[in-house]
Design a protein around this ligand. Structure first.
Ligand code: SAH
Length: 440
């Protein structure tokens, strides 16, 4: 006897089933999953699309995946003893049902990083597809057919390519392989990127501390082409320069690109850019402000900033080498006034243990900024500490405003640029906060 619909919705579902609609999968009622199948015995799990080793997840880990997370900790898995780091594994629950495929890490506390929830082969075409999908998003959010700008093309777990970062600066690429699995495949990724994008050069920037958690050494150098030297790229109408081999991060702080353009829109009068690095905020402010003071503790950063200002023919930015905390204190004690202030410090909280100290740091610089800003002036205040969430950051900024006895309007609550997507369910992929405030 054929199945009878139990509701109009069910009737529509059955109709779609008959016609083989693609959306059937999404409306499949739960009862279908209850079909009784014998639970497979661990160790004899049938291979689906491949014979990868199986990692069994605890109930807690299964729930975590179901909630959208992509990382599973070592304490929540059972893995075959002979499994080596960097392998692709099948994930199963304790009864043996398939949950997804993942990169396995042998050293990190994060033992498993999800690649797919489908039972599909993880092979070269899989990675080509993932890279092409990532690039396609950037073609939409940051169209740049002449390749004169910069963009993050692959944002690790948020693009379901855990442990892989790829940034494009004009026609050159900078790549980071941060975990065992991507590090072992870096030649593959370099070849695929070469095939997809034909870049002039591919630089490897694997000189980052997080690699130590994975038992990976520090390394940087050329993967394809010759050292391109300083690479010029456009951000809005400003020319910036990234030295892909020796700059910070992969060459620049691309996550702030859209916030810098927005900050430029509000800039006016006397401006102060604290933690300026190569002057990227300062140069956007300089388009509207009369004069900009740009501060960084690093002599090298200031030198780069001066070079970039000259390259743009900009004469109203002054780069100062100073500790921003000291400069802000001295300026506020001297009764100075600024109409536009940008605070873009490095991550003050690098781990849970440093959150309290970090909040004191954020409070202090924001308090100084609120003392210094003129009535009607603008403060652009940022935090890239993942450990400090939006609400906590905003509360800290409010405490600073109250202590300074200033009323503050929030003009925009912003995050990282759109080429740094966040993955719903993975809070770690949302780290950057940027508030554009008007101080009354
Ligand atoms: N605003 C920059 C990125 C800033 S990164 C941009 O948009 O590109 C943080 C910068 O803060 C680094 O260049 C670092 O050298 C600088 N820095 C760190 N501690 C500092 C301090 N106490 N005073 C001033 N600069 C500091």
């Amino acid at each position: 006897m054929s199945e009878q619909p139990r509701s109009p919705k069910d009737a529509r579902r059955m109709e779609r089933l008959k016609h083989g609609s693609r959306s059937v999968r999404d409306v499949r009622p739960r009862t279908r999953q209850r079909v009784r199948r014998p639970a497979p015995v661990l160790g004899s799990i049938q291979a689906g699309t491949s014979d990868e080793p199986t990692v069994v997840l605890s109930k807690r880990a299964v729930d975590r995946l179901a909630e959208g997370h992509a990382w599973i900790y070592r304490s929540d898995i059972a893995a075959p003893a002979e499994l080596s780091g960097g392998e692709v594994v099948r994930l199963a629950d304790e009864r043996g049902w398939f949950l997804g495929k993942a990169f396995y890490g042998s050293r990190s506390q994060i033992a498993v990083r999800l690649l797919t929830r489908e039972d599909e082969p993880v092979d070269e075409p899989f990675f080509v597809h993932r890279l092409a999908q990532s690039i396609a998003l950037r073609d939409v959010v940051r169209p740049d057919p002449e390749r004169r700008q910069a963009a993050r093309l692959v944002h690790g777990e948020a693009d379901l390519l855990p442990g892989l970062i790829v940034d494009r600066y004009a026609d050159c690429l900078s790549m980071q392989t941060l975990i065992e699995a991507t590090d072992a495949r870096r030649e593959l990724f370099a070849s695929l990127l070469e095939r997809l994008l034909a870049p002039r050069a591919i630089v490897e920037r694997n000189d980052v501390r997080v690699r130590a958690h994975e038992g990976l050494e520090q390394r940087k150098g050329m993967l394809r082409g010759e050292n391109p030297g300083p690479v010029e790229f456009l951000e809005g109408e400003v020319k910036l320069v990234a030295d892909l081999l020796s700059g910070q991060k992969t060459g620049a702080f691309l996550d702030q690109a859209e916030n810098r353009l927005e900050a430029g829109r509000y800039a006016k009068g006397r401006a102060l850019d604290c933690f300026t690095y190569g002057g990227a905020f300062a140069l956007q402010l300089a388009r509207k402000a009369e004069r900009v003071i740009a501060v960084d503790i690093s002599e090298q950063a200031a030198a780069q900033g001066r070079e970039v200002a000259a390259r743009n023919g900009v004469e109203n930015v002054e780069f100062k080498v100073a500790n921003a905390f000291d400069l802000l204190r001295a300026e506020s004690e001297a009764g100075a006034r600024y109409d536009t202030i940008v605070l873009d410090p490095p991550a003050f909280a690098k781990s849970k243990d440093t959150i309290e100290a970090a909040l004191r740091g954020y409070k202090e610089i924001n308090l100084r900024a609120f003392h210094l800003v003129s009535p009607g002036g603008v403060v652009v205040t940022c935090s890239c500490s993942f450990q400090v969430d939006d609400a906590t950051f905003e509360r800290t900024v409010l405490q600073a405003a109250s202590d300074a006895k200033r009323s503050v309007q929030v003009i925009e609550r912003r995050g990282a640029a759109k080429d740094h997507p966040t993955l719903l369910g993975v809070p770690e992929t949302r780290y950057l906060k940027c508030l554009i405030l008007r101080v009354l």
